[in-house]
Design a binder for this molecule. Sequence first.
Ligand code: HEM
Ligand code: HEM
Length: 186
Amino acid sequence: MVNFKGTNTSWGLIAKIFHWSIALLLFWQVTTGISLHNMEFSPLKIGIIGSHKISGTVIFTLIVLRLLWRFFNTHPEYKSLPKKHKITSNIVHFILYFLVIFIPIQGTYMTWLGGSDVSLLGLVEIPSFVDMDFILYQKHLQIHYYSAIILTSFFTVHIFAALYHKFIIKDKYEVWSRMVSKNKKV
Ligand code: HEM
Ligand code: HEM
């Protein structure tokens, strides 16, 4: 039997699916974003922007559902993890959650400033409440870019921390296994 919900020692299957699908989508999102940053205006760029907007709203929806799921479910405690590690990882996780919520909202606002529309999951158009403003759009494009760079830096730190737990200290505190191992009911 698979454990869908979390326990005191492991994330449940649903939380893991959220974590890994958002991680994959974020790699895609940052890759398309950085390509856009380096591209001249062209029909290809317009196409990539279209898919980037859709995947950005998918990430946003998944992160909201993930946080709701986290709020209403048991999540694992850090048993013996030293206090310093605990505090650092809580800060990094908080910043990751914050940026993954902030960037899509800011990206939506920026898109409206540029005079384009945004559809949630590519299905439902979100009514815009801002007027087109190209100067402000350019400023927001910079904010969008630098926020994505900060996000990339933090998730790189996060990935290295996870690898450190797995390979250097051999998962002494079971931080790796609670997000990676198979979920079986005991
Ligand atoms: C976590 C999610 C997101 C990340 C990491 C991200 C990242 C990026 C990056 C790095 C760029 C390149 C910026 C530049 O050209 O300097 C970009 C461009 C863009 N993003 Fe996002 N983005 C996200 C979500 C969104 C969302 C939800 C929308 C709108 C619905 C959006 C709309 C755009 C648009 C329209 C551009 C192209 C701007 C242009 O080149 O004129 N992004 N994104
Ligand atoms: C290959 C890439 C990744 C690996 C190996 C990885 C590994 C892990 C591991 C082992 C945990 C469990 C830590 C714990 O329970 O304290 C975790 C949790 C977490 N990861 Fe990742 N991760 C990756 C990508 C990402 C990305 C791209 C994000 C960006 C949003 C992210 C956000 C989080 C968050 C917020 C948590 C804490 C869960 C919570 O407290 O709700 N991870 N990750």
